[in-house]
Design a protein around this ligand. Structure first.
Ligand SMILES: Nc1nc2c(ncn2[C@@H]2O[C@H](COP(=O)(O)OP(=O)(O)OP(=O)(O)O)[C@@H](O)[C@H]2O)c(=O)[nH]1
Ligand SMILES: [Mg+2]
Length: 463
């Protein structure tokens, strides 16, 4: 207790001196979080040497001296697997880092020379940067705090589109006959909950993003625990709060409802209270190109998921978030990742499409006066941009190695600058393929505009 109090105090003092910053990276599954953080750490460690960070004034001016990993303050949070990620990227042939689950953290101490010459010429300063990686799926659970079990069930039942329905069929067949008033049978509920969790996982594998409860997808140590054994109850479609309130505590309705409340109180709230509330800066990564590849229903679904996810950054006075916690993120970036999957002249469209996808949440954020920047980037650039001459015309192209190891030279297609309309999907003039990371001879990882993101997120602290 005393030790953690001392640590808190030390943190407070450092923060007061403007020398500590907590930066969080999130995004839905496979959006590029691990690649982003790995590259960010790699660039900072190589700053002043091989790293190319021209869009970052502190680096351009030669004031960024480098960064060192130090032990993290929160001993209960797993360490971000930087070494494992670098090992994969340095392998022969290079591999992408493994998927990660849950939250992880890494602390860096950055050394820099302040721009202001108040200090002696030779003096250097340090910024302690805490980096966090956590699944965006966890943010999809925020609205669940504003619902009771009945409302939540109805919202979930109303949501599924045609292709989602197919994936839910097995669960629905098992759940549809459950009578809310009947006595709960533990084993039966566990089986049906497992079917529900499996359908969410199948939906995710099929490219859907708007999936609740988020923790069912990444259960970690909670696998098999009753707190993860609830699901929407189809029979509630015609129920009212008044009738349900009279049901005995051992009924199916009361049992599922109690588990739902437990999930709210013991899973969703602690994340916001113990972690989210303490982040200073946040970047949200979005795999826009992947969603286009997956087709219209998935793209729509991503759009809805992002709308939900961004509610966690809605600081309006009456927002659910502000009422429950007092978050303090004072600067936000949203980035379309894997920009190296398209040719450079498409990058502006990619950013425009991201802005279109997030139009509403962006408006709310700007209204609430939260500084936010949208950009497209490649944390780890895997392709080379080239020009080829075809029928006397120079056209842009990409050179890279596919995941299967085949060298290709291709034009992956155009990115629409606005939300795609129906005819876009039927034309199918695109193929945003995945590439294997490029082999390197040591040095910093190649990237596109990671330095711009970094400058927006921490540059003001390196003045
Ligand atoms: N070409 C290219 N591919 C990338 C880049 N970043 C990520 N990818 C691809 O996207 C995949 C997912 O990236 P990760 O960084 O593991 O994504 P994540 O969000 O951490 O994924 P989870 O941990 O599974 O949630 C990688 O395996 C790569 O195939 C990038 O900058 N360029
Ligand atoms: Mg990851």
């Amino acid at each position: 207790m005393r030790q953690s109090l001392t640590r808190e105090l030390a943190n407070l003092v450092e923060r007061g001196r403007d020398r500590q910053l907590r930066l969080a990276v999130t995004g839905l599954s496979r959006s590029g979080k691990t690649a982003f953080l790995t590259s960010l750490v790699n660039q900072l460690r190589h700053a002043g040497l091989e790293a190319r960070l021209d869009l970052m004034p502190a680096a351009r001016e030669g004031r960024l001296l480098g960064a060192r990993r130090v032990s993290q303050p929160d001993l209960g949070v797993p360490r971000f697997p930087y070494d494992q990620a670098m090992e994969a990227l340095d392998a022969d042939p290079p591999r992408w880092p493994e998927p990660t689950r849950g939250i992880s953290e890494l602390r860096l101490t950055i050394r820099y020379r302040p721009a202001r010459r108040k200090l002696l010429r030779s003096e250097t300063a340090e910024l302690s940067l805490d980096l966090f990686d956590y699944p965006g799926e966890w943010l999809l659970d925020l609205p669940l705090l504003g619902h009771d079990y009945l409302d939540w069930s109805l919202a979930m039942l109303a949501e599924a589109g045609e292709q989602r329905r197919v994936l839910l069929a097995e669960w629905e067949a098992a759940a549809v006959g459950l009578d809310p008033a009947a006595e709960a049978n533990e084993a039966e509920l566990a089986d049906i909950a497992a079917l529900y969790a499996r359908s969410l996982q199948a939906a995710r594998e099929a490219g859907f993003a708007n999936l609740q409860p988020g923790r069912f997808l990444l259960p970690g140590d909670l696998e098999g625990a009753p707190v993860l054994q609830f699901f929407p109850l189809p029979a509630l479609r015609d129920a009212t709060h008044a009738e349900l309130a009279k049901l005995p505590s051992r009924s199916i309705y009361a049992t599922l409802s109690a588990r739902f409340r437990h999930y709210q109180q013991h899973i969703v709230r602690p994340f916001y209270r113990d972690h989210f509330r303490r982040f200073d800066r946040q970047i949200v990564l979005v795999d826009v190109l992947g969603a286009i590849n997956a087709g219209p229903e998935r793209f729509e679904d991503l759009s809805r998921a992002l709308g939900t996810l961004m509610q966690s950054f809605d600081y309006g006075k009456r927002s659910l978030l502000s009422r429950l916690f007092s978050p303090r993120i004072d600067r936000l970036a949203i980035a379309a990742t894997k920009a190296d999957h398209v040719t450079p002249e498409q990058h502006a469209n990619l950013t425009a499409l991201l802005e279109a996808l997030l139009a509403e949440p962006l408006q709310d954020l700007r209204y609430a006066d939260v500084p936010v920047k949208a950009l497209s980037l490649a944390a780890i650039r895997a392709t080379e941009a080239q020009e080829v001459t075809h029928q006397n015309q120079r056209t842009p192209a990409l050179r890279g190695t596919t995941l299967e190891g085949e060298e290709v030279l291709m034009f992956p297609g155009e990115v629409p600058a606005r939300l795609p309309e129906a005819d876009f999907w039927t034309r199918q003039g695109f193929d945003f393929r995945a590439f294997r990371p490029a082999s390197r001879e040591g040095g910093a990882l190649p990237h596109i505009r990671l330095d711009a993101a970094l400058d927006w997120l921490i540059g003001d602290k390196l003045q």
